[in-house]
Design a protein around this ligand. Structure first.
Ligand code: SAM
Length: 216
């Protein structure tokens, strides 16, 4: 049976070999990846694989993303300490915890109630009191607390949901996997003078975004 120290060692190796060695350089992201106990966000049967270089199942047909994907998407958000961020697809809550280590306030939406409840309990037990978990269709965003400095979508969408772009601040960043029939591409959108400035980052694989502006 592994002790806390063993998990810490595994986490250090993950940061060194999977994150820093692959070019992630934002110190805020590296420090967050170093701190958040990823093994607590996976099912009991998966704890010994939790620092592996791959996604893992979290129940209800959903996944916790590969550590590098979490780090890379977070870096692309270009976060600062005072930012307010919206995440679509809470899942295990791991990405929300990484965000919460860096920014002032995190709003995270999950459509599967049991996943949202489990993530909320865990996040609050770990002291992430700046994370607000909401059960809803995240493809509609969360207009009450908008505009956001950054929005991250951790499920694959057929296009860029218009409400998400509307709820972004001027200069704000949106990261979203957008899929066509053959593949998904991670897209970064920056709001400049009200317009979408788009950059295609790289290919990726995510579970689908199910909702009004996602898949039906
Ligand atoms: N960020 C998560 C983590 O750190 O564990 C991983 C997210 S998992 C790849 C995608 C999640 O998006 C699933 O939990 C799924 O239920 C959720 N999802 C799919 N469509 C959604 C929607 N319209 N609104 C909110 N959540 C949605």
């Amino acid at each position: 049976m592994w002790k806390k120290k063993d998990f810490e060692e595994q986490r250090e190796l993950m940061v060194k070999n999977q994150i820093v060695a692959r070019g992630i350089s934002d110190p805020l992201v590296i420090e967050a990846m170093r701190k958040v106990p990823r093994h607590m966000f996976v099912e009991d049967s998966m704890v010994y694989e939790s620092y592996g270089d791959h996604p893992l199942p979290i129940g209800k047909g959903q996944t916790i993303s590969q550590p590098f994907m979490v780090a890379s998407m977070t870096e692309e958000l270009e976060l600062k300490g005072g930012d307010r961020v919206l995440e679509i697809g809470t899942g295990s809550g791991y990405q929300a915890a990484i965000l919460a280590e860096i920014v002032l306030e995190v709003y995270t939406i999950e459509r599967v109630k049991s996943l949202a409840e489990r993530a909320e309990r865990l996040l609050h037990s770990l002291g992430y009191n700046n994370v607000n978990v909401i059960v809803d269709d995240g493809s509609l965003g969360l207009s009450e607390y908008s505009p956001y400095d950054a929005i991250i979508v951790t499920a694959a969408s057929p296009n860029i949901p218009p409400p998400l772009f509307e709820q972004l601040k001027e200069g704000g960043r949106l990261i979203i996997p957008v899929s066509d029939i053959y593949a998904q591409t991670l897209i970064k959108v920056i709001k400049k003078k009200g317009n979408q400035v788009k950059q295609r980052l790289y290919g990726c694989v995510f579970v689908p975004l199910i909702g009004d502006y996602g898949y039906k």
